[in-house]
Design a protein around this ligand. Structure first.
Ligand code: IMP
Length: 193
């Protein structure tokens, strides 16, 4: 059987490897770097799905290849869904995880409702058609940092039904229940059937 090529509109090789291992040998997942696209695609959308679409459609229009992209945000109920689409640069353009966490803890401290969710949207161009896939992981924001694994807001996010934060879990444990893991599962079950 011939392998099907799928471009992941990211420069992050680690993310591409994760998808490759789930899709298996009938697919070849390539990053933007692999296909010679070196520019940063500006994420100027007001919603996660806009940013996901901006990245995948940029590559689709340029190459005509099968391509997908993702965008993730942490949506905190008491903050009306913030930081949401602005999660990476909540405390400013430097994209500093520690400063983002500190600002979020400060902004949520006076609220009793600590519920939040991570939301991932994937945008896929497959054989000329466009599709969206979603993955959500509900949980609560802890009052302080817990654990050192992972990245982003992992040390302050405790998924529903657990007492440990994402940063206290192994990558394997986190991937099974995470927003991104769930969105990937949705997309891969579409691609594999
Ligand atoms: P991206 O769309 O995957 O680049 O994610 C945007 C931002 O959301 C990241 O810079 C992180 O701050 C946050 N984020 C995304 N996924 C996760 C996660 O799995 N754990 C913690 N933070 C995350």
């Amino acid at each position: 059987m011939s392998k099907k090529e799928l471009i992941f509109a990211t420069h992050n090789a680690h993310k591409a490897e994760e998808i490759q291992s789930i899709l298996g040998e009938s697919f070849v997942v390539k990053t933007l770097t692999d296909i010679g696209i070196h520019e940063e695609i500006e994420e100027i959308g007001k919603e996660l799905k806009d940013n996901a679409y901006i990245k995948s459609s940029y590559v689709y229009k340029k190459t005509g290849l099968n391509v997908f992209s993702d965008d993730t945000g942490l949506e905190v109920t008491a903050l009306n869904g913030a930081p949401g689409v602005y999660s990476a640069r909540y405390a400013g353009d430097k994209k500093n995880d520690t400063e983002n966490i500190n600002l979020l803890l400060k902004n949520i401290s006076s609220f009793e409702d600590k519920t939040a969710q991570f939301h991932t949207v994937m945008s896929l161009f497959w054989e000329g058609q466009h599709y969206y896939f979603n993955g959500v992981c509900k949980g609560i924001i802890s009052s302080k940092r817990l654990g050192d694994n992972g990245f982003g807001y992992d040390p302050i996010f405790i998924p529903e039904g657990y007492t440990q934060s994402f940063a206290q879990m192994t990558p394997k444990q986190k991937n099974i229940l995470s927003h991104r893991g769930r969105a990937i599962k949705e997309m891969t079950s579409f691609l594999l059937t």
